[in-house]
Design a binder for this molecule. Structure first.
Ligand SMILES: [Zn+2]
Length: 352
C-alpha cells in the first residue's frame, strides 16, 4: 500500500475540505465558499467533465439545447442529483435540475445570487387521464420531406420552434423542463445519435402567439401565419425539412376533443396543450417526424405496473417518456438517420 507523504496528504485533505465546503445544494444560508449554487455549478463545469459538486455529479453536456424567448441559449447536462438520474438546464442566471420518481417530475431551481432553491413537484400525467390525445394526422401531407439526395450536404440538426401562447402562465424554464429537456435527451440517446436537437421557445409574437384555438381548423389557420415567420435569433441556416413548428397553449383542447393536433405524419405544424400529460408536445412532434399510434405500445415495467410510449393514442396513465422501437425507426427514416446502431441501450425510457 502506498503511503502519502506529508505534502500530498495536506493537498489531499485540502481537496477534501474544498469539496466538502461547496455542496451544490447548501442547506444553510451560506456554504462558506462565497459562491452560490449557480456559481458552484459553473465552477464545477470549468474544472472539466465529469465533475462533482456536493450531491450533484455532472456527467456530460448534451449536444443539443435550447434558446429561450429572451434569445439566450440554454445548455443541457446529463447529471445525477441526490442519487437519481436527472437533467440540469443552465440558462442566464438560473440552474434547474429535474428528476422523475413515482410518476412525478421533481424540480429544483436555483437563481444566481440566492442560496435557497425553489422545489416543485408535478404529476407526469394529465388529469383526467384516458382521453384521446388526438386523431392520427394524414400521411400524405404536402410537406417538405428530407428525401432528396442533395439534402445530405446540408445541416441536418432538428430545430423545433415552440411558440408559447399568450395564455400560458408557465415561464420558459418551467416549460422547457416539463416538456422538452427530457425529450431532447431521449432523442439524442435513443433516436438520433448523429444529430443535435434544438428547441426554440418564442413568445409575444402578434398573429402567432395570440391565435384563437379550440375549434375545427385552428391548426390550419395558425399554419398560414407561421409559414411567414422568420426567426431573429437562429444563428445558422436550417434546411426546411429539419424545422418543425408547434404552438403550446393553456387550454385542454386545441381542436374539439383533442389535446394535440399535427398537420401530417410526417408534417411541419402542430399544436399541443400544456394542461395534460407532459408527453403531449412530444406526441405531436412525433407525428411531425413520422411516428404513428399504430407503432406505440404499453410496456410492462413490473408485475403490476405499465407505462405507455409517447405515441400511445390516449393520454397515458403512466408515460414511458420514450418512443417505441418501431417509431424510433420511423423517425430515423424521416430524418434520414445516417448511423447504424443497435437498440440495446433502450432502458424502457424511465430514466430522465
Ligand atoms: Zn396522435
Amino acid at each position: 500500500m502506498e503511503i502519502m507523504d506529508r505534502g500530498r496528504l495536506r493537498r489531499f485533505c485540502l481537496a477534501l475540505a474544498l469539496a466538502g465546503s461547496t455542496p451544490i445544494a447548501a442547506t444553510g444560508a451560506s456554504s462558506g465558499s462565497g459562491l452560490d449554487a449557480v456559481a458552484r455549478f459553473d465552477a464545477a463545469l470549468a474544472s472539466g467533465l465529469p465533475a462533482q459538486a456536493g450531491e450533484l455529479t455532472i456527467r456530460a453536456r448534451l449536444a443539443g439545447g435550447a434558446t429561450y424567448s429572451d434569445g439566450l441559449g440554454a445548455e443541457l447536462y446529463d447529471v445525477r442529483f441526490r442519487d437519481r438520474e436527472a437533467l440540469a438546464v443552465r440558462h442566464g442566471d438560473s440552474l434547474r435540475i429535474a428528476s422523475t420518481n413515482d410518476g412525478r417530475l421533481h424540480s429544483t431551481a436555483y437563481t444566481a445570487g440566492q442560496e435557497r432553491a425553489v422545489e416543485t413537484d408535478i404529476p407526469l400525467e394529465g388529469a383526467p387521464t384516458g382521453h384521446p390525445v388526438d386523431e392520427e394526422p394524414p400521411q400524405d401531407a404536402d410537406e417538405p420531406q428530407a428525401d432528396s439526395p442533395t439534402d445530405m450536404a446540408e445541416p441536418r440538426d432538428l430545430h423545433v420552434f415552440a411558440f408559447v401562447h399568450d395564455d400560458v402562465a408557465l415561464d420558459d424554464g418551467e416549460l422547457f423542463e416539463r416538456f422538452f429537456a427530457w425529450w431532447i435527451k431521449r432523442m439524442e440517446f435513443d433516436v438520433l445519435e448523429d444529430r443535435r436537437i434544438h428547441v426554440h421557445l418564442r413568445r409575444a409574437i402578434p398573429g402567432l402567439t395570440d391565435a384563437s384555438y379550440g375549434h375545427t381548423g385552428s391548426l390550419h389557420r395558425w399554419g398560414r401565419a407561421v409559414r411567414n415567420y422568420t426567426d431573429p435569433y437562429l444563428p445558422e441556416p436550417v434546411a426546411a425539412p429539419y424545422i418543425r413548428h408547434i404552438l403550446l397553449v393553456k387550454g385542454k383542447e386545441v381542436e374539439p376533443r383533442a389535446a394535440g393536433v399535427a398537420n401530417g405524419q410526417p408534417g411541419s405544424l402542430a399544436m399541443a396543450s400544456t394542461s395534460g400529460s407532459v408527453v403531449v408536445p412530444a406526441h405531436e412532434i412525433g407525428h411531425m417526424l413520422g411516428a404513428s399510434h399504430g407503432h406505440s405500445e404499453r410496456r410492462y415495467t413490473g408485475p403490476f405496473s405499465t407505462c405507455d410510449t409517447i405515441m400511445y393514442p390516449v393520454d397515458p396513465t403512466v408515460p414511458c417518456k420514450a418512443y417505441s422501437l418501431p417509431n424510433v425507426k420511423a423517425i430515423r427514416d424521416t430524418m434520414r438517420y445516417a448511423r447504424s446502431r443497435g437498440y440495446d441501450r433502450d432502458d424502457g425510457g424511465m430514466g430522465l
